[in-house]
Write a protein that binds this ligand. Structure first.
Ligand code: NAD
Length: 495
């Protein structure tokens, strides 16, 4: 069926670039057909190769929603235009998006959020921001453990090479797209090491882009301001979880979930998709808005160096909206009666290929083949091992139902004088010495053994053996290290 749908379309063959497409589930096939028809009519120089992903593949027992053979197509074409899929209910199914992003190293998730007043008076007038979300690290590493009866943990991993890649991408994107400002959003007032690294690298790399204005916002007030003052932003770069939440807030503020496209960019591959899901309730009714996938396809065309076609498609789409053609989801009360279906909306865009909007600034993309390299330069950071790392102690996390004073007495009795017990915290707050009786404690204690001079791993192992011998159940250790003399760990609250 997929091959049949595709074989009805013809594409320009000269210098054609192979791409992988997936029709997805729900409204996916309708909006993919619409998008490919428009690309075909616009003269896109592409060779689409269809793969099957999503619900049917999940149901055939592939827990990540994609078959082994489909990876071959993705690895060969390195460009993926993807329609939304339905994730089956119930446990055991892995997110296809997370699998694809991580497996193909798609480190940057780029989401423009634009409103189109006066041609489409939805959302606030003048909103035109782009979120560049880190896509591979942070709490999405998926490393979680239940450590004690009371306490569960999710590891937030932020790497220096990963941060450099995403921050540089944001600045390169801003430069290539004539953007004036890049804002970094983190929570580094609390997470001084992980988010602190993100902020520090942002400031450092930002100096290489003197023509671009930069600022930093704490994430909570930053997202709140996107909601209340959505027009004041330009490009925003942020870690994974914040970016995920921010993208939905921004898309919601912009007015219609059916309108926005997104790109997932990696050093070797890229994936383009609408931000909305498979909308099963409206599937097969010829009422879905194909705009989100179409705008993703425009981003894809720019990525593969076909800015000329991207411009043609984008401007025909703007002109169609300007002429008052609406799908039902973006029609206001007075337009509902004249709203068109997916197929007619597609025909209207095709009929306007070559035209530009009159009241809005037309879209402009560089036609050059080198655009891809300009926006996504080779960003593999060399691995460095040039800092002097020394261990000066260890945090031992233990499960215990004893009182903190009893625990401290037991630990002091077996401590190593070179790195004695300094502090015990419970969920990060100091409870020994001189804890406060009001502090609520769980069964999960962080016991910090720290000295001044470097110690060997053998001494840590020996400390752990003594803990074991007196029946203290340690659940995890973290070494306390310095890098070129700088502390590589945070102080306990109250330390
Ligand atoms: P959804 O985005 O599919 O739908 C939310 C609302 O928006 C619905 O009212 C829907 O009718 C409407 N809508 C969405 N896209 C539209 C369009 N193009 N035109 C007109 N109206 C549109 O979100 P959901 O209902 O939470 O999820 C449905 C399914 O999609 C779930 O199985 C979910 O897991 C999946 N999903 C997939 C992706 C993806 O593949 N990238 C993303 C999100 C959700």
């Amino acid at each position: 069926m997929l091959a049949g749908q595709l074989s009805e379309l013809t594409f320009a063959t000269e210098k054609a670039i192979p791409i992988t497409v997936a029709y997805g589930d729900g409204i996916g096939p309708e909006i993919m057909e619409s998008t490919l028809r428009i690309l075909s009519a616009a003269g896109a120089r592409i060779q689409p190769n269809a793969i099957e992903i999503g619900e049917a593949v999940y149901k055939r027992g592939h827990t990540s929603g994609i078959e082994e053979s489909s990876w071959d197509s993705l690895r060969t074409t390195k460009v993926f235009l993807k329609a939304p899929i339905t994730t089956p209910q119930g446990g055991g199914f892995k997110s296809l998006n997370v699998t694809i992003r991580k497996s193909l190293g798609l480190y940057a998730n780029v989401r423009p959020c634009v409103t189109l007043h006066p041609i489409l008076p939805v959302g606030p007038q003048g909103m035109n921001l782009v979120i560049v979300r880190e896509n591979e690290e942070d709490l999405y590493a998926g490393i979680e453990h239940r450590q004690t009866q009371d306490v569960y943990q999710c590891l937030k991993l932020v790497s220096e090479p990963g941060t450099r890649k995403i921050v540089r991408y944001a600045f390169e994107y801003a430069r290539a797209n004539g953007r004036k400002k890049v804002t970094c959003m983190t929570k580094d007032n609390i997470m001084k090491l992980t988010d602190g690294l993100f902020h520090r690298i942002f400031e450092e790399i930002g100096t290489e882009y003197p023509e671009i204005e930069k600022d930093h916002w704490i994430i909570d007030i930053g997202i709140a301001r996107i909601a209340t003052q959505p027009t004041q932003w330009d490009v925003i770069v942020t870690p994974n979880l914040y970016g995920d939440i921010m993208s939905d807030v921004a898309a919601e503020v912009a007015g219609s979930v059916g309108m926005a496209g997104s790109a997932n960019i990696g050093t070797h591959c890229a994936m383009f998709e609408a931000i909305h899901g498979s909308a099963p309730m409206i599937a097969g009714k010829d009422i879905a808005n194909p705009s989100g996938l179409l705008m993703s396809a425009v981003m894809m065309l720019v990525h593969i160096g076909q800015g000329d076609i991207a411009e043609k498609v984008h401007n025909a789409w703007l002109r169609t909206l300007e002429d008052g053609v609406r799908t039902i989801d973006i029609a206001n009360a007075s337009e509902k009666g004249t709203a068109v279906g997916t197929k007619q909306f597609t025909d209207e865009i095709i009929a306007r290929l070559g035209q530009e909007p009159v009241s809005l600034k037309p879209a402009r993309y560089p036609a050059s083949e080198t655009e891809k390299q300009k926006v996504a330069p080779e960003m593999v950071e060399p691995l460095r091992f040039d800092q002097v790392k020394e261990t000066i102690g260890v945090d031992v996390f233990v499960q215990s139902r004893r009182s903190v004073d009893e625990l401290a007495e037991a630990l002091k009795a077996i401590q190593d004088p070179e790195f004695p017990l300094q502090i015990i915290t419970n969920r990060g707050v100091k409870v020994w010495p001189n804890g406060m009786s009001e502090t609520f404690c769980t069964d999960h204690w962080r016991c910090r053994f720290q000295g001044e001079a470097p110690i060997t791993r053998k001494r840590i192992v020996s400390l752990l053996s003594r803990l074991d011998a007196i029946g203290i159940e340690f659940v995890k250790t973290e070494h306390l290290c310095t890098f070129d003399g700088k502390l590589g760990f945070s102080l306990g609250q109250g330390q």
